[in-house]
Design a protein around this ligand. Structure first.
Ligand code: XBP
Ligand code: MG
Length: 286
């Protein structure tokens, strides 16, 4: 899980190829390249909030029960199912690999889509009840970024309704307006680990990867962000702690707060104990 590795080559290549400022160092004739940081791009599930075990998983199980199915996704099984991003894709993966005896309806796509709609209703309801808080440090960092005039976006696999419900209930009633772009769900055909959702968000913002940085929690997530040419800061969660984060700018156990210091799992926080904008900029290289 050390920084560097094959993926960082791609990041560096994109970094230096895009719009940048050449600075002449006063002490020499050598030039160095520096890109300004303009935008922070956030994953949602596992990154802004710990949503999977006590949120999405429970909502899937409620939808299955509503449909009269005896499927129960335990915490352990759900960890295996997280190999695939996207709720509809995850149900199909479950049938293909863990419940092959289930007699499949002829219209399997529609069947899965209906189950998934019910799951989304349950999940949004749980968020409305305030059951899922933001991870420590998220609110503080977002506020600091806004005050500094940085642009914010979301790049996630989850369904758009889930994003608005989380932001409005856990962050602020007007939180949707904090984000210039919410790139979510089926807006791209290929979900994470494909880079498409990050590329889509940057395209909408008219920004090159060198001027952005991504925040992720999972191997599939960082494969997506690095594939889009983005430097990436990682905070793991219970399901992703042992995953491979090669190429990350840093890997933390959580984002940290002044009274709740993070542990650095890989990389260099330069003595910081929580993620603030100064550390984000340092990790970005600006
Ligand atoms: C998140 C996901 C999502 C949620 C469920 O991955 O995989 O599928 O588990 O969301 P990431 P939906 O954090 O990498 O974006 O059921 O709405 O698809
Ligand atoms: Mg995630």
């Amino acid at each position: 899980m050390s920084p560097g590795g094959a993926t960082s080559t791609l990041v560096d290549r994109v970094h230096s190829a895009s719009l940048s400022v050449n600075l002449q160092r006063p002490d020499s004739n050598r030039y160095e390249t520096m890109s300004t940081l303009s935008a922070l791009l956030f994953d949602v599930d596992g990154t802004l909030a710990d949503t999977e075990r006590d949120g999405h998983r429970v909502a899937f199980n409620r939808a299955f029960a509503d449909a009269g199915l005896e499927w129960v996704w335990s915490e352990e099984l759900y960890g295996k199912l997280l190999a695939v991003t996207g709720g509809k894709e995850r149900i199909r993966y479950y049938l293909d690999n863990f419940n092959t005896a289930f007699p499949r309806p002829v219209e399997l796509d529609d069947y899965i889509a209906d189950l998934h709609k019910a799951k989304t209703r349950h999940y949004v309801q749980m968020l409305g009840e305030g059951l899922i808080p933001l991870r420590p440090g998220v609110r503080r960092l977002l506020i600091e970024a806004r005050e500094a005039g940085l642009r914010l976006a979301v790049a996630t696999t989850t369904t758009p309704e889930n994003v608005s419900a989380l932001l409005q209930n856990a962050l602020a009633p007007d939180a949707m307006e904090w984000f210039e772009v919410i790139a979510a769900g089926d807006v791209v055909a290929a979900k994470k680990p494909a880079p498409d959702i990050y590329s889509y968000a940057m395209d909408k913002m008219g920004l090159e990867p060198a001027h952005c940085i991504a925040f992720e929690d999972s191997h599939n997530g960082i494969r997506s962000s690095l594939g889009a040419g983005l430097k990436t800061i990682v905070a793991v969660n219970g399901y992703t702690r042992a995953e491979d984060f090669s190429g990350a700018a840093i890997v933390l156990d959580h984002w940290g707060e002044p009274e709740q210091p993070f542990t650095v799992l890989s990389g260099d926080a330069a003595g910081a104990t929580y993620l603030d904008l100064a550390l984000v900029k340092r990790l970005h290289g600006s």
